[in-house]
Design a binder for this molecule. Sequence first.
Ligand SMILES: CC/C=C\C/C=C\C/C=C\C/C=C\C/C=C\C/C=C\CC/C=C/C(=O)SCCNC(=O)CCNC(=O)[C@H](O)C(C)(C)COP(=O)(O)OP(=O)(O)OC[C@H]1O[C@@H](n2cnc3c(N)ncnc32)[C@H](O)[C@@H]1OP(=O)(O)O
Ligand code: FAD
Length: 627
Amino acid sequence: MEGVDHLAHERNKSEFDVDAMKIVWAGSPHAFDVSDRISKLVASDPGFRKDNRSTLSRKELFKNTLRKAAYAWKTIVDLRLSEEEAAKLRFYVDEPAFTDLHWGMFIPAIKGQGTEEQQQKWLPLAYKMQIIGCYAQTELGHGSNVQGLETTATFDPQTDEFIIHSPTLTSSKWWPGGLGKVATHAIAYARLIVGGREHGVNGFIVQLRSLEDHSPLLGITVGDIGMKFGNGAYNTMDNGVLRFDHVRIPRNQMLMRVSQVTCEGKYKQSDVPRQLVYGTMVYVRQTIVADASCALSRAVCIATRYSAVRRQFGSQNGGPETQVIDYKTQQSRLFPLLASAYAFRFIGEWLKWLYADVTQRLQANDFSTLPEAHACTAGLKSLTTTATADGIEECRKLCGGHGYLCSSGLPELFAVYVPACTYEGDNTVLLLQVARFLMKTVSQLGSSKKPVGTIAYMTRVEHLMQCRCGVQRGFAELSVDLVEAAVAHCQLIVVSKFIEKLQQEIPGKGVKQQLEVLCNIYALFLLHKHQGDFLSTGCITPKHAALANDELRSLYSQVRPNAIALVDAFNYTDHYLGSILGCYDGNVYPKLYEAAWKDPLNESVVPDGYHQYIRPLLKQEIRTARL
Ligand SMILES: CC/C=C\C/C=C\C/C=C\C/C=C\C/C=C\C/C=C\CC/C=C/C(=O)SCCNC(=O)CCNC(=O)[C@H](O)C(C)(C)COP(=O)(O)OP(=O)(O)OC[C@H]1O[C@@H](n2cnc3c(N)ncnc32)[C@H](O)[C@@H]1OP(=O)(O)O
Ligand SMILES: Cc1cc2nc3c(=O)[nH]c(=O)nc-3n(C[C@H](O)[C@H](O)[C@H](O)COP(=O)(O)OP(=O)(O)OC[C@H]3O[C@@H](n4cnc5c(N)ncnc54)[C@H](O)[C@@H]3O)c2cc1C
């Protein structure tokens, strides 16, 4: 029945203060207040409804996304929301849109790679959304290999301009979000050519469309690249294609914090690492780690609540069947994902700190932690997005057939999320960057340069020094093993930072104890999953492995009574979850049944096409071969 909490018996089992855990999950009382307030504002406003997305055509879907983006902006302006509140509102609107790239990449690129003068000119326009930007780096022929990009930016000293050009088909910009139909400007990445000499890839601000009638400017060919994976999902986003035909821009529209070109046509490289041109990608990678915990926790919340509602088999003398959450196999699949959601939350907090720290050091021209920041953002983005994408799919399977319904919220969440394993850096390519960083560290063992920070543990691998000549053997030849080593390195960071989190003051009855259980589940699940490696390297004995498995089972039993409370702590509204299976009150079956009849196919009892195709079949009006 409506209004009845079908999960009350589960909530009464909780052994910790859920409200205190909500604060831990949010990060602070202030962050909880903002999240709670804004999520409820969005959930209560019919202008942000999203339950009809799967029934819209691509054009209807996209127009609806534009409407929502404009409505969100009006809400932000009318309510005078802060930047933090506005970002939360865009998050809870929960729809990939051009605004993700305007706020998530275009503005950060100008802030990170523009001079003070360029920031003063362009940021006010962007903050007021008087221009809408995108980040145009990837091309049809190159995405991972940034140094392979083909778009050119040739300096013309006669006119003090750059000529931006797409010399080949494969140099067409391809994939940038917001580019296809909306962005008026792009940060376009191109090979800088001055006086006939190439100076690598740099960013350029290029206007694409008229601010009067939105028509593409002279020399600009732009459009959408077409439907993507899934029906609704990421098709709310206009990922675009863009070609330049000798488009001229003023010299001061090259982002010049890293490199400069003078009006005399002199190229100057600042005394900063050229990789700062990649700074925006590093920034987004650290945000994606935080977003991984959001996406995974959504899926886990749905699967956990439904696992407590669903009963199957085990009825004794006509009594109730067994809750599927009580099956050890269900727990062994679900609870490591619950632990991962919390682990990724905390590693996301730490990575945000690391990124802020490296950014502050860069202001003082201290580049000492830049390599570690690159390796950590790249590796943790790769690890958390792979685990989250796999975890969302596992949560769908944990929900049986009903997990395959759009009304479960899981198919769309999976379809929207999985490109995170590719965008902002293909996950394998990023792990190879981590491997390169680890090998460089090994090569420096024994020198005066001691490994610190997240690689400090490598001082304990002195034995690698003896085989240092071995590690010079083709990186490519060993790349599969090196990628596995990179994952292990990142997992060590995740576990270490979870343990460090537990050493902090954590208020609330039973809260720290629950987090300790989840931390142990995360670590022991990894040990179990990779026990072959641990055994073959002599890190553990078979007895250790057996003890770990026994402890894991015991930990699952400890989590079981707290599982619903642990997902309640995410504080997601039913609107944000977008899932009948995951609804707060657990009243699943009546809602599933009611939702089915709302499908457009049920608008008529007799389907369109019956008279044309089915009736002739049934009435044998179509001559059929004798069966
Ligand atoms: C809203 C959805 C609703 C519901 C679903 C729920 C949640 C959804 C979850 C997430 C989405 C929401 C929020 C996320 C926010 C935004 C995302 C939204 C949309 C995504 C938009 C996507 C944008 C893009 O994809 S932009 C393009 C990204 N492209 C890449 O990443 C390219 C990858 N390639 C590279 O980075 C480089 O080519 C390279 C692989 C690093 C190689 O570069 P290069 O050849 O130049 O360098 P070398 O390998 O030779 O190394 C030389 C030297 O440099 C060092 N180095 C390299 N890179 C860096 C760096 N970045 N910083 C510092 N140093 C670097 C390298 O280590 C070497 O050093 P040594 O010489 O010392 O070894
Ligand atoms: C939804 C979505 C949104 C996007 N948004 C944007 C955007 O806003 N702006 C933008 O500029 N780009 C965007 N992109 C593009 C994205 O950044 C690229 O797709 C990504 O960087 C991967 O590059 P690629 O497509 O060239 O893949 P490739 O690098 O061609 O990868 C193909 C395969 O080759 C493998 N591979 C490649 N190089 C190596 C190597 N050296 N060693 C081993 N294996 C290798 C990869 O692991 C992968 O398996 C978006 C992409 C998607 C899917």
